[in-house]
Design a protein around this ligand. Sequence first.
Ligand code: ATP
Length: 270
Amino acid sequence: PAVSAMEVIESQDVDYEDIGGLDSQIQELIESVELPLTKPEAFQRIGITPPKGVLLYGEPGTGKTLLAKAVAHRTEATYIRVVGSELIQKYIGDGSKLVRELFEMARKKSPSIIFIDELDAIASRRLNDTNGADREVQRTLMQLLAEMDGFDNRGDVRIIAATNRLDVLDPAILRPGRFDRIVNVPMPDEEARANIFRIHTRFMSVADDLDYRKLAKLTEKASGADLNAIAMEAGMLAVRLDKKTITMDDFLESVQKVMSKKETEKEVLP
Ligand code: ATP
């Protein structure tokens, strides 16, 4: 039953080309996750052991999940995803059991990639460990550390974790042999934003004169997820007006809408 908290996907359809910007981050993942799974002998020959765990950190919606899926796709590994906050909320008293089952499943279905989203929910520096909920989080973290220490680097299970909050993580999680490769996933710059727009409109009917540069200039504070929302919204406008293609005007209106919504959300949310 606890297994239902995991999302297990035998193969992924996201590829590196679906990711805008993030070239050096992709390179890091190729070296620390893809090659150890696809060419383990190269590491053996040279006599180095690849990192067990890679930690991706950055703002929400910047492509961390996308990166993990793309690596899983390239390696044809089983992709197993768990969300830190769900581990704690859904399985009170059972978080550590679930972590144990997670690693068991990963070994059974190897080669595999475990993706732990919202790592901070189970790996935050302890604030006060007097109440039961905190102790539960603590036990889940201890189990995760034990599982990571217990398995072999050279094996065909790799771990990728993601967080928006590097600053709150328990330093124990970052020790050598655990998450010892830390990769920042930044907000997209102008060039990356133009690329992300191109990626998300690839399968849409857009007007020939769509100005990706201008759209990138107008979306300075947007994440990849925001840009995806803008493209979708522009498409909706075109559908609503029964147009044949999505025009620059549709995009400009959509940029306005999505970016101002983002602003108001920032004002009401803490
Ligand atoms: P969170 O921290 O909220 O979990 P995340 O960093 O894992 O966010 P993703 O789930 O990878 O973000 O991104 C959400 C969606 O936004 C993706 O499915 C994709 O459509 C779009 N997206 C985000 N970043 C990029 C990018 N660099 N290139 C292309 N699309 C992107």
